[in-house]
Ligand binder design. Sequence first.
Ligand code: DGJ
Length: 737
Amino acid sequence: MSIIDSGADHSITVQTKDSSYHMAVDGYGYLRHLYYGKRLEPEDLFYLYRNYDRGFSGNPRPAGNDRTYSLDAVCQEFSTSGVGDYRIPALRVMNTDGSRIADLRYVSHEIRPGKYTLPGLPTARDTDGDAQTLEVVLRDEPSKLTVRLLYGVLEKKNMITRAVIYENTGDNPIVLEKAGSCCLEIPYGNWDLMHFHGRHNRERAPERVPVLHGIQTIGSGRGMSSHQHNPFAILCDHLATEDHGDCYGLMYLYSGSFRAEIEGEPYGSVRAVMSPGDESFRWTLQPGTQFAAPEVLMCWADGLTKLSQQYHKAVRENICRGEYSLAHRPVLINSWEAAYFDISADRILKLAEQAANLGIELFVLDDGWFRGRKDDNAGLGDWEYDPEKLPEGLDYLIAGIRETGMLFGIWVEPEMVNENSDLYRTHPDWALAAPGRKPARGRNQLVLDLSREDVQDYIIQFMTELLTKYDISYIKWDFNRSVTDVYSHLLPAEQQGEVVHRGILGLYRVLETLTARFPKVLFEGCAGGGGRFDAGMMYYTPQIWGSDDTDPIERLIIQKGTSFGYPLSTVGAHVSIAPNHQTGRSTPISTRAAVAMTGAFGYELDLGLIDREEQEEIRRQVREYREDEPLIQRGLYYRLGEDTERMDAFSWLLVSEDQDQALLTVVATATHGNAPLIHVRLKGLDPDALYELREDGLKHSGAALMNAGYTLPQLTGDYPAFRLHLKRVQNGAGKEE
Ligand code: DGJ
């Protein structure tokens, strides 16, 4: 039983393997948050909270003359506005009379077996058969707005999911100006916020800052989760390290505009609220209708490493779906950095033959293959092959690639249109643009209005035709600009604040239909690199192109930041040419591979530009990746930077769950003369076992490697990388394996 209902006093405890979440209804009918953290057995935790007169904070009506009770000072399960709590609201409404008040009181609750789902939205699945759902109903009586708080418990995964269904059970429309998915309160302590920010070519850089007295907001108003702020945040104890300390994660299963607000409030608690949309969000809830706020995957762990490992497993097993989510991913070669728009059948077939010779398994034809696509000014929307570039047709090209033994994959950007395309000439109203205004261009293209069902159907139809007509095993689904000019021609003025969210629902409908129709196709997400790298997309696309920056030294930060929340199997990572096209930096091919192998591995370069020695190296790398892939995809991931980053080296370790194998990777970002050697303490090994270190032939105990550590040989040259494979050769009882 992971949800325990105490009965009469309405206190509810949600238990996972290692954590507990406690809430209770207080004497005035408000649902109070009591505790979230290391697992406790159920008990009355109201003793933690003492009321006293807080001066200018109002006292709600049910409290009568009790001046010591104020919503402004208590931890609540779900914060609202207009009734005396001045901190971040999770809900803001506009009632029919124009008032902005919602007084949410407890009505009932129910515990159900299994995990809830949400209409049209991605949700974590119950893959261990241990999930339960808690639904707590709150209501604002005057407006009859009913708020159903949903909690899903994935007990073995240590995950609690949150979502909210808003339902208008009254007779008048209610406008949701903010419809939060969750509110998390931490009553005491000294907290840091970790978030993952960036820009195109530098996504998900980790930043750790103290929680301020005031509100810190991360979010996106770009119609996509964005390069700028990933929809994932960690609240951790100010003293928390990789190994110890309270850490809470909030991961949004959502790909559109969003807000994550964190408030350090005057009485010492911290409140975090996640909600879909930005300030322009407005949703009119007509009587009898519902609005579902997207799901948040919430986790507590002791230490950042454990938190990351728990997210990795849950994202991999409970969010990613389909044939490829846990299976071998073909090592691919992508044509983009090899040829850009300059595509011809001869060029592509030559690259394919070279790639197949090196053991590469999948050829991806990137942008540039369709009608009119000479550059990025034209073509998006006209999804037939370009007869000028491919006069013999796409079939001919695919047949040639399949003959080499490789699978074939192709790039599309279905949510976009160029004005210079037949699609736009036929359906100009399908692009987002307000009447009387010329919409802003981004990469010379406009964004299609996916809130419209006819636009969704058009995408489903052309993608179905493409995937039915041709022998395609992989789709790269790109999205190359932020959304502007938000206006849908099919919605009345008062519903224009719904367009962005409706567009995301439209995208999810399209992806749901296509992934169900073509279960054997591997879909890789992309948005100018990692601009839509979120758990919502991962529900449909189990891998996402990590960043357009393929320089391995830049990727060290990008992939480190990514590792806090997302498993390596989700991160598309490629070896490209040196000097790198984004930075001009030259790095050894071994370093490029050591970094790219910490992800869904591939290549993206003109193989004609490299010498025989590097080709041999690639052949060896592909073989090695095939061998290491189970460890890379499913191993427990340890960041070891606390030991090595002050020595200009990034390092990480993967350990198989049975502790039989491990793989250490170290990449030096600078080398110095007569410098101290890099020394690292390994983690997660079996202390009693003996491990063989493949690359230097030594054998050492797990205990020595974890406590005394491992000293690397001297690393020289530009940006050297070092990989060490460890294998258990003797178990704890001294027995040879
Ligand atoms: C942006 C992607 O991130 C690149 O990998 C490439 O596919 C280009 N778009 C093509 O236009």
